[in-house]
Design a protein around this ligand. Structure first.
Ligand code: AHR
Length: 667
């Protein structure tokens, strides 16, 4: 970093604003702190560890988003996969010697954003006495590799139908196991020649992990169908259009301070037409604009901005939406293969509208219900503001003159109209280099308060760069380490990241936020090999990296203390940190050993006042190559015990380990 572009902070209004906010927070804490707060600590970010969610690896559709039907809106198409079409993942069925016809139509859709639908022509519903089972003409969908159905649980079915013939048409709806045994059933009767939503609740009498949804028309006639949907009644916090409980809970358990969404490269998109436009993702799901996911599948936008904000609120995390800087991904069109020159920029005559789109997001999130966009939030079910504080502009973009011009235009207007918003800028896809330097330079020129750095590299890099942020000039903007990982999900990777994370805490006065990437990955549907949490429809396989992230995230502090843990400082494989959480007064020690043998450390807590003699100690340890697999998801898990603590004590850090010791200072 060159000194010339590091000199603005301290003068800008955000720091003033933050200082006032901080003073308010400190005042609040001074009356709410229930433990002892030690003197001499360095104030560090209270938003340090959070999550980065991107719909990569089927993280949303087929993953966290609890919709069980795949291609519910008949919008799959060959631009996503050459073999896909609007009927993909559906099967036409006519059991019981029935017959009819099916076609995909576009002439009178539910909504122009959702142009394709199915027309079912039921010519004959069989009534053969010899046929065992249910006759009819209809459709079957097996979801994303089968649907998980649990005995006793309820499932909310819905569809949009439009009668094309005169009489009402009865549709039977069932969940069936792969042998065709009915596990739950219900029915709906059409009643309109206009599009109308019909619903029924199915209660499962048996369990199966690879069930299918079967819809059979029982009356001769013709009807149009769209948005055929099935959700478990139990979603995270019982939200409608909600999230898968087990996966959402895994994330909630991390107690992240923020969630960055919806990407990643997904944000700036594969060409301008593929940029993520937040307005397309709110409102009734049948009106949202679906699109090709940059990672090679289909994005329903069912998990859209409203759901992201609601999820953040539900888990107590600050939302950090990232908006494109009006340029597409530099790797658009697969140009990463030739060095990536595929960036396209929005034409200048579209920029005013685009900037308004950014401003509208802030109004949608924070505006009163009487504002245009605040009213839309309220109509969706959330009259209270979402308290948006951070807005990201750009995702590791190639720093071209086109990018710079647009980034300046957007950020200047946001700063001007919304000084309460903290803008997060971007500094390219690597830890150093041309885009990194140019991104920081622009950020410094424009007084952008937080800059998003990304780097994926090997464990050795993380070990040998633990002093990267110690050298950062505090007069620059703060850092958001928005994406990082050490290319692997073995213990050596997780522990190298743990060592690095102690350095993020130590430098929590300049590193405001950090999030590992990517977060979720569905087994057999991955585009990125190393991720934090793997899952299939039934099982969740947390990596050692997940446990490291969780151990730091649930043990965040807002004051950092040095010289509490003594170790061999020449050994870079050893790392440690000590923070205090001013809300609880707890002192939290983190001790990391990346060596393959145990190593001694000495803890001296004399600077702290009265403390409990019992402490909670959590250890994650293993061999460098240890990992979790779907056949052994618990090979590596942290172990917690209560240990006796003295003011000074020796600790033998196990080989390849992270230890967290949490000490209560309540009187
Ligand atoms: O995390 C996966 C991808 O890595 C993100 O989409 C992108 O920002 C980065 O290149």
């Amino acid at each position: 970093m060159k000194k010339s572009y590091r000199q603005f902070v301290g003068k800008n209004r955000y720091n003033l604003f933050n200082a006032i906010a901080l003073a308010g927070i400190c005042l609040l804490f001074s009356v709410t702190v229930i433990g002892q707060q030690a003197k001499g600590g360095k104030k560090i970010s209270s938003d340090l560890f959070g999550l980065f969610f991107e719909d990569i690896n089927y993280s949303a559709d087929g993953g966290l988003y609890a919709e069980l039907v795949q291609n519910r809106s008949f919008e799959y198409n060959p631009t996503e996969r050459s073999e896909w079409n609007p009927f993909s993942y559906w099967e036409y069925i006519s059991p019981g010697f029935s017959y009819g016809k099916i076609s995909v139509e576009t002439t009178a859709p539910v909504h122009p954003n959702n142009p394709h639908y199915i027309v079912l022509d039921i010519e004959h519903v069989g009534h053969e006495a010899k046929f065992i089972g249910e006759s009819g003409v209809g459709l079957k969908n097996s979801g994303f590799d089968g649907m998980v159905v649990k005995a006793g649980e309820k499932y909310n079915f819905s569809l949009f139908a439009r009668q094309l013939s005169d009489s009402p048409i009865e549709l039977s709806v069932s969940l069936q196991n792969p042998k065709g045994k009915v596990m739950a059933s219900g029915s709906v009767l059409t009643a309109s020649k206009n599009w109308q939503k019909y619903t029924t609740t199915l209660t499962a009498t048996a369990s199966n992990d690879t069930a299918s949804l079967v819809i059979l028309a029982k009356t001769n006639g013709q009807l149009a169908l769209d948005m055929i949907s099935l959700f478990p009644e139990k979603t995270f916090k019982n939200r409608t259009n909600g999230l898968r409980t087990d996966l959402a809970q895994m994330l909630a358990d991390m107690k992240p301070r923020f969630v960055r969404f919806p990407g990643g490269c997904l944000v700036h998109g594969d060409g301008l037409g593929n940029m993520y436009r937040w307005k397309n993702t709110i409102g009734p799901v049948q009106e949202r604009k679906e699109q090709r996911n940059i990672w090679g599948y289909h994005q329903t936008a069912g998990m859209g901005y409203y759901e992201f904000f609601q999820f953040c609120e539900d888990i107590g995390a600050k939302p950090l939406p990232v908006l494109p800087a009006a340029v597409s991904c530099q790797n658009s069109g697969g140009t990463w293969q030739v060095g990536g020159t595929g960036q396209k920029a929005l034409p200048m005559d579209e920029m005013q509208d685009y900037i308004q789109e950014v401003l509208d997001l802030i109004e949608w999130a924070n505006g009163p219900v009487t504002s245009d966009w605040g009213a839309k939030r309220a109509a969706a079910g959330h009259p209270a503001p979402f308290n948006l504080q951070y807005v990201g502009i750009g995702n590791e973009d190639k720093i071209t003159p086109e990018f710079e011009e647009r980034f300046r235009m957007i950020s200047n207007v946001v700063k001007d109209k919304h000084p309460e918003i903290t803008i997060v800028g971007t500094a390219g896809p690597f830890h150093s280099g041309e885009d990194f330097d140019k991104g920081w330079k622009i950020a410094c020129d424009l007084k952008i308060p937080v800059v998003d750095e990304h780097y994926y590299t090997d464990p050795k890099w993380f070990i040998s760069n633990q002093y990267r942020y110690d050298k950062y000039d505090r007069a620059k903007g703060e850092v958001y380490l928005g994406e990082y990982a050490s290319w692997g999900n073995k213990m050596r990777n997780a522990i190298s990241e743990a060592a690095y994370m102690t350095s993020l805490e130590r430098n929590g006065d300049v590193v405001r936020m950090a999030s590992y990437a990517p977060l979720l990955a569905k087994k057999n549907f991955t585009q990125w090999k190393t991720d934090m949490i793997f899952f299939d429809n039934v099982t969740i396989c947390p990596t050692p990296n997940y446990f490291v992230q969780k151990m730091f995230s649930v043990n965040q502090g807002d004051y950092y203390f040095d010289k509490v843990i003594a170790k061999d400082d020449k050994d870079l494989n050893l790392a440690s940190s000590c923070v205090q959480d001013s809300k609880t007064g707890d002192i939290i020690l983190k001790l990391v050993n990346y060596n393959e043998t145990a190593k001694p450390m000495k803890v001296n807590l004399n600077r702290f006042g009265k403390m409990a003699t019992d402490a909670e100690q959590t250890v994650l340890a293993g061999n460098p190559d240890d990992e979790n697999t779907f056949t052994n998801t618990k090979n590596i898990v942290p172990a917690s015990t209560v240990v006796k603590i003295k003011k000074t004590f020796d600790y033998s850090a196990p080989a390849m380990s992270l230890t967290v010791i949490r000490i209560n200072t309540k009187n």
